[in-house]
Design a protein around this ligand. Sequence first.
Ligand SMILES: [Zn+2]
Length: 300
Amino acid sequence: MNEKDTYRYHDMLEGCRQLASRYSFVTVYEIGRSVLGRPVIALRCGRGSRKIHINASFHANEWITSALLMRFVGDLSASYANDELLRGQEVAELCREVTLWAVPMVNPDGVELAQCGVTKSNPLYEQLIAWNGGSNNFSGWKANARGVDLNDQFPAHWEDECKRRGVDGPGPRDYPGPQPLSEPEALAMASLTENIGFDAVIALHTQGREIYWNYRDYEPIEAEMIAKRLGQASGYKPVKLSGSDAGYKDWFIQYYRKPGFTVEAGYGENPLPFQNFDHIYMELQPLLVEALQIGRHRPS
Ligand SMILES: [Zn+2]
């Protein structure tokens, strides 16, 4: 994977296909379709009753998170199948207790845009170029194919977020859309979350090496301690955030009152160069192993 300089939608699909054919405990689901009709994929890994969700690439030019999450599901699956330790953890035992639900690329249209720009075959060609200020360089694009920021789409003080952002129409970033969950990718994530009933969620973004663990005091009491553990595992800094609404983890915390985290992986300018992949993964992997422990009863 590291000889290349990008990780595209079809790489993710091929990775999912390989994992499902190799491991009986991995299942692939289509949870919805993007604006341009690309299946949004979820992977279920493990057999336990505790359900932990991790997603990646809500934001288009943060696509390196898709490669990071796919690598983690691959490592977890291999360790489970071979009865090996992963960062000192007994994975076989863990995967009997927990089920990981991964959505490795929430925003496939946006990722393709950020990586490849737009061609005239795209039905939204003229609009997308206009929304991007006349340029075909989409490397700063965070939104979906309708110019909506998918992580500003959730019904958690959404109106406040609209006022704060002050962006009235489609563009590369920060437009919350005409209403909450107006976009099919955000709706697919909300539906999956409602249907499965996760015990905790992690949303992978870049960058900053930080962990956001709270939302307007709706978070459960244990959230801060969990963030501390995730921070100790990775070297990332737990941060108590204010002045941000309508994100996926915000909605999850407010609606379910369960632990939800945004992890800002890596450090630098987005899109983080793919050559940094191994370094970022080495920091992130123990954080993700630790995330699978959330809610686990362990001796104190
Ligand atoms: Zn982001």
